[in-house]
Design a protein. Structure first.
Length: 249
């Protein structure tokens, strides 16, 4: 069959119009086909960010009570104080004992292994003069030591009511921590090491913690008077580490 040129033009125009209509319908109609399943490397930051409106998981831990504050951690000073004893703690043992407080050829008079206790006579510009087990001088920064005597106040964070006292006595010494409290308040002291402090009232009476008869690890009681209470630890041999919680309500 043959067509006239005018018939070909009309047929072409009709075909073009049909193609446009089909394209429009295809674009306008939502596709039901799932996207590609190859998503191994297509994770976006938004997929890892929870919605601010998302509900919390059923097993989520409860939030802390409003206004609750973590305990303040209080440590004793270790500088600018009298040292009676130290322990060798050299990263490159053994520790050299020298005849004078200086690194000088020919002045080594002995050597000490780590964890050796040394008796300290005095301190001089980063050096410790020792009397035993060898007389001489050692570098202080290659030892571990503590202040023989400590007298430090216990403070809390604003809005808080508890503190953790954590320290160590090396050799003989006395560490004393003071706390101002009111009559009628409840004081709790809980030891986290083997040593429990003496609790002494403002007028010097022992409230708890007799080191000879009391092996407790915790004490809670109502304070009998207003004033400065003290928590005291003593050592007359090689010392010990200590840690205890103090809480006032």
């Amino acid at each position: 069959m043959s067509f006239k040129p005018s018939q070909l033009v009309i047929a072409g125009a009709a075909g073009l119009a049909s193609a446009v209509i089909v394209a429009y319908i295809t674009v306008s109609t939502p596709s039901s086909q799932a996207p590609s399943s190859d998503t191994s490397n297509s994770t976006t930051p938004a997929e890892n960010t929870p919605s601010p409106l998302a509900a919390a998981p059923a097993n989520a831990p409860p939030s802390p009570p409003s206004g609750e504050t973590n305990p303040m951690v209080i440590r004793p000073p270790v500088e600018n104080c009298r040292i009676n004893m130290a322990v060798v703690d050299d990263p490159e043992p053994p520790l050299n004992v020298r005849s004078s407080p200086e690194v000088k050829e020919g002045n080594i008079v002995g050597q000490l292994d780590n964890n050796t206790f040394i008796s300290v006579v005095k301190e001089d510009q980063g050096w410790l003069q020792i009397s035993s087990p060898v007389e001489g001088w050692v570098a202080k920064n290659r030892t571990k030591s503590s202040c023989a005597n400590v007298n430090q106040a216990i403070n809390f964070f604003p809005g808080g009511n508890s503190a953790i006292i954590k320290g160590e006595i090396i050799g003989g010494g006395s560490h004393r921590y003071t706390l101002n409290a009111q009559a009628g308040q409840t004081l709790t002291v809980e030891s986290r090491e083997q040593v429990f402090p003496r609790i002494v009232t403002p007028d010097g009476q022992l409230l708890a913690g007799d080191p000879y008869t009391d092996d407790r690890t915790e004490w809670t009681g109502e304070l009998p008077q207003t004033g400065e209470y003290s928590l005291e630890l003593d050592s007359n041999f090689r010392g010990y580490e200590y840690e205890f919680l103090v809480k006032v309500q």
